[in-house]
Design a protein around this ligand. Structure first.
Ligand SMILES: Cc1cc2nc3c(=O)[nH]c(=O)nc-3n(C[C@H](O)[C@H](O)[C@H](O)COP(=O)(O)O)c2cc1C
Length: 464
C-alpha cells in the first residue's frame, strides 16, 4: 500500500488516543484548531488531531502530525518507546536515498479534481485558517514547494508559508539563506518567472525529507524515498513544467513573476512570539488540483510541531559530528523546551576530564541555532527535561562547570538576540556550555537506584 497521509492516519488510529484524537463536533475555521492543541498541551498531550467537521468547508483538517517524538517514531514505523533508535533508524534511511519514479497508473489521485483559470479561488477551495489572533491573515503552513534550479536543472523541495492574498494570489516567505530563495534570485536575474508547485497533505516522511539539509544538488524527494523505504511516484503538473507526488491530497501550481512582492506578517512564529512584517515574493496561482475527498493538512506554526518536522535531520547532523570528535558520546537530543533547537542535551560515557566541555564545543561549532548545551553522563535520560535539570542541580558548580561565549551568531528569531551594540536587536546570542557530568578526578557520591534485578523482575501492573 502506498504510504500517504490517509495510510498514516490509519496507522495512528491503531495506537489509540495517545497519538490521534478525532473530533466530530463542528469547529470554526479560524483560531479554534490551534486553541484545541494548546488545551491538549496544557494536559501534557501532544497527539495528531483530526477535525472532521470544519464550519463552512466540507474537508476534514488534520494537524499536529509532528507534535511528539512518538509521532516521529510512527512516521518511520519504529517502536516509539525506543527513542534512541528513532534517530539511528532515521540516519540509516537518510543515508540510503531512493530516486523518484513516474506514476504509472491512470489519473493520479491528486489530479482527480482540476481547477484552472476562473475556477481557481484559493479562499473558497481550501480550508486555510487564521492560526493566531495577531496573524495578518490566513496561511498555508505546511506545503512543500517544488521548483527547478535554472542553472543545474536540479529539483528543489522546501516548506514555506503562504498567506492568501486573493483568489489566485498568495505570498511565499523565503528566508534569503534558503535554496528556493537562491533559485528565485536566479530566475529574477534572467527576467524569467519561476514555476512552482506546492503539495499539501502527504505522509510525514515527505516533510522530513523536505527539511533535510545539504548542498543545492541535494535531492529531497530521493531522501523522502529513503525515509519511506519506497520511491516517490511523480505525475506531471497541469499548468507548469514540474512533477508532483501523485498521492498528495492537494497541489497548487503557479508562477512567481520577477519583481512581484507583497507584505507578509505579523505571523505567530515557532518560538512563541510574533514575527514582524516583511516584503515577500507573490505566487500567481494557475491551477489547484486535489483528490475527490481530500484531507487538508495544517500545522500550528507557533507550537512545538513546527520545529519537530526537521528535528531528526538536525539531531543526525549533530550525532555524526559528535561521534567524530567525542567517540564516547551516547546520545544527542534537541528538546522541545528549546523553542527552536536552542537547547541541546548530550549524554556520554566520559573517559577524561574536559571531554564534557569538548562535546559542548563540538555542538556549538556545528549548529548556529543551539544556544545552551547541557552535557550529562549516560545514566541521565536526555529525553526527560526533569532528569537533565536534576543532573544540573546535583552535578554542577557554575564556576567550573559553565562556559560562556558572548557575541556569537545565533537565531534571528530569538527575541533576546542582540546586535553589535548590545542594546540593539541583531543576530547575536550568548552561548553556554553546562558540563553536568560527574568529575572523574575526585570521589563523587553514589546515586541511589533500585537493584537492577528487582527492577527487571517486578511488573508494576501486578501490584496495582
Ligand atoms: C513547518 C515549516 C515551515 C517553514 N516555513 C518557512 C518559511 O516560511 N520560510 C522559510 O524561509 N523557511 C521555512 N521553513 C524552513 C525551510 O523549509 C527549510 O529550511 C528547508 O530546508 C528549505 O529548503 P530549501 O533550502 O531546499 O529550499 C519552514 C520549515 C518548516 C518545517
Amino acid at each position: 500500500m502506498t504510504k500517504d497521509l490517509r495510510h498514516f492516519i490509519d496507522q495512528l488510529r491503531g495506537h489509540g488516543s495517545t497519538d490521534l484524537v478525532e473530533i466530530e463536533r463542528q469547529i470554526p475555521r479560524d483560531l479554534y484548531m490551534t486553541l484545541i492543541q494548546e488545551k491538549l498541551a496544557k494536559e501534557g498531550r501532544y497527539p495528531a488531531v483530526l477535525f472532521k467537521d470544519v464550519a463552512g468547508h466540507p474537508w476534514p483538517v488534520v494537524t499536529g502530525l509532528f507534535s511528539s517524538y512518538r509521532l516521529l517514531a510512527h512516521a518511520l514505523g519504529v517502536d516509539p518507546t525506543d527513542k534512541g533508535r528513532v534517530l539511528t533508524e532515521f540516519m540509516r534511511r537518510e543515508a540510503n536515498p531512493i530516486a523518484p519514479i513516474p506514476y504509472a497508473g491512470g489519473t493520479a489521485p491528486v489530479q482527480e479534481v482540476v481547477l484552472q483559470g476562473e475556477g481557481v479561488d484559493l479562499g473558497a477551495a481550501l480550508p486555510v485558517q487564521r492560526h493566531c489572533e495577531g496573524d495578518s491573515g490566513r496561511y498555508i503552513t505546511i506545503g512543500c514547494m517544488i521548483c527547478r534550479d535554472p542553472v543545474s536543472g536540479v529539483i528543489n523541495v522546501g516548506t514555506y508559508r503562504h498567506e492568501l492574498k486573493g483568489p489566485a494570489r498568495m505570498g511565499c516567505m523565503m528566508n534569503p539563506v534558503q535554496h528556493a530563495a537562491l533559485i528565485r534570485g536566479r530566475h529574477h536575474d534572467a527576467g524569467k518567472p519561476m514555476e512552482v508547485a506546492i503539495f499539501i497533505g502527504h505522509h510525514p516522511a515527505y516533510h522530513m525529507g523536505a527539511a533535510s539539509r545539504g548542498p543545492i544538488e541535494h535531492e529531497e524527494l530521493a531522501v523522502t524515498g529513503g525515509l519511506l523505504g519506497e520511491p516517490v511516484e511523480l505525475v506531471p503538473c497541469k499548468t507548469v513544467d514540474l512533477a508532483v507526488p501523485a498521492h498528495a491530497e492537494v497541489v497548487i501550481e503557479g508562477r512567481i513573476h520577477p519583481g512581484s512582492f507583497e507584505m507578509d506578517g505579523p505571523f505567530a512564529e515557532y518560538a512563541g512570539y510574533y514575527g514582524g512584517r516583511m516584503n515577500v515574493p507573490v505566487i500567481d496561482v494557475t491551477a489547484i488540483t486535489h483528490r475527490r475527498q481530500p484531507i487538508w493538512h495544517d500545522l500550528f506554526p507557533s507550537f512545538r510541531e513546527h520545529t519537530q518536522v526537521g528535528l531528526l535531520g538536525r539531531e543526525a547532523q549533530l550525532y555524526r559530528r559528535l561521534r567524530e570528535v567525542v567517540p564516547t558520546m551516547v546520545g544527542v537530543h534537541l528538546p522541545p523546551s528549546g523553542a527552536n533547537f536552542w537547547h541541546c542535551y548530550v549524554s556520554m560515557r566520559k573517559r577524561t576530564q574536559g571531554e564534557g566541555k569538548l562535546a559542548g564545543l563540538a555542538v556549538l561549532g556545528s549548529n548556529y541555532d543551539v544556544k545552551h548545551v547541557v552535557v550529562v553522563d549516560d545514566d541521565i535520560d536526555i529525553y526527560n527535561d526533569e532528569e537533565v535539570l536534576w543532573a544540573i542541580a546535583t552535578r554542577v558548580q557554575a564556576d567550573e562547570s559553565c562556559s560562556i561565549i558572548t557575541g556569537s551568531f545565533g537565531a534571528h528569531l530569538d527575541p533576546s538576540a542582540y546586535g553589535e551594540v548590545r542594546s540593539e536587536k541583531g543576530p547575536m546570542t550568548t552561548k553556554v556550555i553546562i558540563d553536568a557530568t560527574r568529575p572523574l578526578t575526585r570521589t563523587f557520591a553514589e546515586r541511589v537506584r533500585p537493584p537492577r534485578e528487582l527492577w527487571d523482575a517486578v511488573n508494576l501492573r501486578d501490584y496495582l
